[in-house]
Design a protein around this ligand. Sequence first.
Ligand code: ADP
Ligand code: MG
Length: 350
Amino acid sequence: QPAIRIADARKLYGSGEAAVRALDGVSLDILNGEFFTLLGPSGCGKTTLLRLIAGFETPTEGRIHIAGADVSDDPPNRRPVNTVFQSYALFPHMSVRRNIAFGLEMLGRQRGEIAETVERMIALVQLSDMAERTPTQLSGGQQQRVALARALAPKPKVLLLDEPLSALDLKLRKEMQLELKRLQHETGITFVFVTHDQEEALTMSDRIGVMRGGRLLQVGSPREIYNHPADRFVADFIGETNFLSARVEAEAVVLQNGARVPLASTRTPGSMVTLAVRPEQVQLRPDGPIAATVRQVVYSGTDTHCYAALSDGTQIVARLQNPPSGEVGLQAGEAIRIGFAEDAVQMLDD
Ligand code: ADP
Ligand code: MG
């Protein structure tokens, strides 16, 4: 059975004309022990969904199951769930040790068990040298570790994390991403992680749910979502994508400028589609079916972005790996021919 089952959850804030539809029929199973990420732009309903799971909000319609039990009517403290917020919400006057112990005391755990758990948690998040400091004596990253230790201490079945890394600078965020993966792996606890950062989602998750406007658009592994986005929004939101309008023929598709690209399709000849192609799947090769002109070449260390225009002005970007010896050797104004890597083109319905 799944760790969490969300069955057709809907959430309206307010009522009548002014009501905000924050969730519009979300159904989702999150599996035991998985690192699951809710990904989507600001305002799409991620926090609302997390708060429904935690019990801080009740769904307008739909049910929430955790570990097989319907918890829809249970208050937060009766759910086997804990939350880490973006603002760490630590007690400022308490030491690291006391911050972690406090929640366990509130739960009425035995003193011996509390002492043992606190020391294990402090070691887990690698703060053994700082256990007597108060939060003001810690860096942002260290405070985040305390918040994690405190949330993990009661051994929740599920840990909810609402953009926990967004207050950290890039370098620290990368470190904490690895740290979170390690903690999840070592504890085996199901993590539900919220972010609007697609790269963070791709690198950390077992599976991702992409949200937009209160709906779940696609659920899948990072690879599935990146290579087979369900629609144009997902393709655009997750990484860079070229979009090209085309008409389907028997064994090819025809671009707007008339270029014929050999491509098998099950769609009816004559139907219009959008081709979605990742920049790294755009190849510059002499036998490529598409003629283009280089407009701009941007070098960025390991690779080069080549921006080119087709004869009708359509823009296309290729990401080329730089050879060990240096640069790819392209110049603005140069005529090139473009092809796509096999199986690299996603056909999206218009
Ligand atoms: P996200 O976390 O993805 O940014 P939220 O779940 O916070 O999105 O918000 C989803 C929508 O619900 C937004 O339009 C937001 O303005 C609205 N919303 C969130 N919380 C409330 C609230 N307490 N009252 C009214 N509207 C809210
Ligand atoms: Mg939010």
